[in-house]
Ligand binder design. Structure first.
Ligand SMILES: [Zn+2]
Length: 351
């Protein structure tokens, strides 16, 4: 907190001669934006990211607690090659989809510094928890992939890196993943990375990689399934929101005039004790649902993004879904952030 207060002081002092920068202070993550951008966090975003930082910090480094106090600058434009960047204690994001990824870096850099690209980017992408679409990508050529240096580590490598770390977490535990992370730095040579993997995971790791490549892909680990982070979705559930005004304390996400890159985003967990048929009615909304789990079960035959396909291609506003027992992460956002969106979710009985 003290660091945040000092930083705020510096920002306010520095702004005497210009328009003030916008500042949204949090316990762990303070959002700032330049005066000429109109991006603003919704009413629940600061509290959501503080809860996420505490939960991820405690899971990544058990018993240590998170002392992270960092700023994240919201920018309307990225660079030619990046939509976000993090260093220790500060980061920027030029798209909403980069925000939680950069926060993942802030948490792990604070505790353990920067690691080899596959480990740093893999853990940030894993914390982001947006792996539904990528779960069907073919696994990479691991021998090359593990040794990629940072400039070669492009956007298309992120999802396979998250898949790999999700696999290693399930097989060896997250503590072993953190051990590997801490053993190497950003400039490590390939043989140092190999050594770190063997030290952290044991000799069997290269046999394990064969299993990783041969087995069906699993949904990646989710960090946003804890009730310390997001609310439980009680059925029936209804949400109606104008994305241009999202001050409600239970709505995370962002608002920005004239940009589709920022939007309010409802996040919650649907908990089912038995398989149910769930009915949806939507207008101008995209829903994704992903099963929360620590172990690999096969992906459902109809992946969540199919719903979006049905909505867009067939213009359907109502549909039903057979849904497995267990916890399901639910994400709702507007298809077009320039106008209101609506969602109703109802329980139609046992499947
Ligand atoms: Zn990154």
């Amino acid at each position: 907190m003290r660091d945040v207060a000092l930083l705020l002081g510096a920002i306010l002092l520095g702004s005497c001669e210009e328009d003030p920068a916008h500042v949204w202070p949090g316990d762990h993550i303070t959002y700032v934006s330049e005066p000429d951008t109109d991006i603003e966090p919704c009413g629940g975003q600061v509290a959501f990211t503080d809860r996420l930082v505490r939960h991820v910090g405690e899971t990544w480094a058990p018993g240590e607690g998170s002392s992270l106090a960092a700023t994240l600058e919201l920018r309307s434009e990225g660079t030619e090659t990046a939509s976000g960047l993090a260093t220790r204690g500060s980061a920027w994001a030029a798209r909403q989809s980069a925000v939680v990824h950069e926060i993942g870096h802030l948490i792990t850099f604070e505790d353990d510094g920067v690691s080899a690209a596959v480990l740093s980017e893999g853990i940030a992408e894993l914390i982001d928890g947006d792996g539904v679409l990528q779960a069907y990508r073919p696994p990479p050529d691991l021998a090359d992939f593990m040794h990629l240096q940072r400039p070669e580590f492009s956007a298309q490598e992120y999802a396979p890196a998250a898949q790999l770390l999700s696999f290693l977490s399930r097989r060896y535990g997250l503590a072993a993943v953190r051990d590997a992370y801490r053993r190497v730095g950003p400039e490590s040579f390939p043989d140092e990375i190999d050594d770190a993997f063997v030290m952290a995971f044991g000799d069997g790791v290269f046999d394990a990689f064969e299993a990783f490549q041969a087995e069906p892909q699993c949904p990646i680990l989710l960090w946003q399934c804890s009730d310390d982070v997001v609310p439980t979705v009680e059925l029936p559930f209804a949400l109606e929101l104008d994305p241009r005004t999202c001050g409600d304390a239970d709505i995370p996400g962002f608002t920005a005039k004239g940009s589709d890159d920022w939007f309010p985003e409802y996040l919650g967990v649907l908990r089912l004790s038995e398989p149910r048929i769930i009915g949806y009615r939507v207008d101008n909304a995209i829903i994704t649902r992903q099963q929360c789990q620590d172990t690999c079960t096969p992906m459902e035959s109809v992946p969540p993004w199919t719903w979006q396909f049905v909505q867009e291609q067939l213009g359907q506003k109502e549909f039903t879904s057979h849904t497995r027992a267990g916890d399901h992460h639910v994400k709702i956002r507007p298809e077009n952030p320039g106008r209101p969106f609506m969602v109703e979710v109802v329980d139609l009985g046992p499947a």
